[in-house]
Write a protein that binds this ligand. Sequence first.
Ligand SMILES: Nc1nc2c(ncn2[C@@H]2O[C@H](COP(=O)(O)OP(=O)(O)OP(=O)(O)O)[C@@H](O)[C@H]2O)c(=O)[nH]1
Ligand SMILES: [Mg+2]
Length: 376
Amino acid sequence: MRMQYKVIGIGAAGNKAAISLVEKKVMDVKDILLINSTARDIPKDYNGDKIILTDKGSGCGKERAIAKEYAMACMKAGELDKYIKEGESENVLIVSSVEGGTGSGAAPIIGEYCAKVLGCLVHIIAFTGFEEDVRGMKNTVEFFQELDFECDVQAIRNKAFLKLAGNNKFTAEEMANDEFIRRVKVMIGDGMVDSTQNIDDTDMFKLINTSGYKTIESIKINENLMDRSEFDRACKEMIYNSKSLFSKNPGQLRLGVIMNLSPASEDAIDPDYSVIKETYGKPFECFTHKQWDGGDQYISFISSGMKLPLDEVKSVYDRYMEASAAVNKERDTFFSELGKLEENAEDSMFDMVRSKKQNNTGSKEDFFKKFTSSAE
Ligand SMILES: Nc1nc2c(ncn2[C@@H]2O[C@H](COP(=O)(O)OP(=O)(O)OP(=O)(O)O)[C@@H](O)[C@H]2O)c(=O)[nH]1
Ligand SMILES: [Mg+2]
């Protein structure tokens, strides 16, 4: 089984994440489309499809509105339709950051166009940022506000990798990209083989295409699972280590559990997945895939149809308002205030330059007359 997607990476982060899918051989370059306002974020030797939204040669400077205008013009001109074809590209996966201008501004509108005009099933994976500036937080909130159309959304927190990355933001971003790759692998059914208990293409299609919020977690199992408590502990670890934004009231609609476990671990499996359901809610449908390919043992699960992480986005909004209020927005009164300060008039007597007019008033005759009269 292998689900097909057309991946659209938008903006610097989206481009990098999408390219890494090709570099790590998870996807073919022909399934990737890069969109950006500048070609600078794309390696010169990249030979896949790309749309550069403007020939100005620079990004949107974190301004979403500019990116939206560019994206709109591109779609109106039919540029996107050349790569995403109605009836052909069924699953479209859009990846982008939310704090910058290009990705955050263009991704929602491009997603909505793909869903509403091109009739695609739209999946969005967003990287939330480090909240370093007010604009980034404002952009984050606006990005989520604009996902109000038929799609499913995953949110990977860059910040969640900071500790693991020893506080190095670039390393954290790379780790977030690896997390993106891990999730995409589960979404395409990478490594899944036919077995006795299968998640087939239809099940996977339903799991992946349930609208709303989604998370995909995985854990590698190093030793055979001895009993149920070890299985539960593995599930808890996946949930605890989740790098998604957390939805307080998730209420998942569908749950898919994919296990590659040796026969020695089989008896430990909780067929009810109680730990996962306690956290994400009782699903309407639950799918199980159990296989053993003789390689690494692992458990993965897909939780879909959850409520979007309202509280987390609201708290970004609160932090945005607080940080915005702390920015000194008064107009600079430097010149108007300095202009009012007058000098002490008497001090002009110390000036070196004297006015010729003042001192050079007399004629030559008058000048000498003065001396002649005093000599006589
Ligand atoms: N996960 C991940 N995040 C990244 C990466 N590169 C940048 N970011 C994050 O993306 C955000 C900045 O957005 P960018 O994607 O660089 O911006 P852009 O979409 O190109 O928009 P503009 O440059 O403002 O036009 C910040 O939160 C960064 O931490 C990356 O490779 N991976
Ligand atoms: Mg950029």
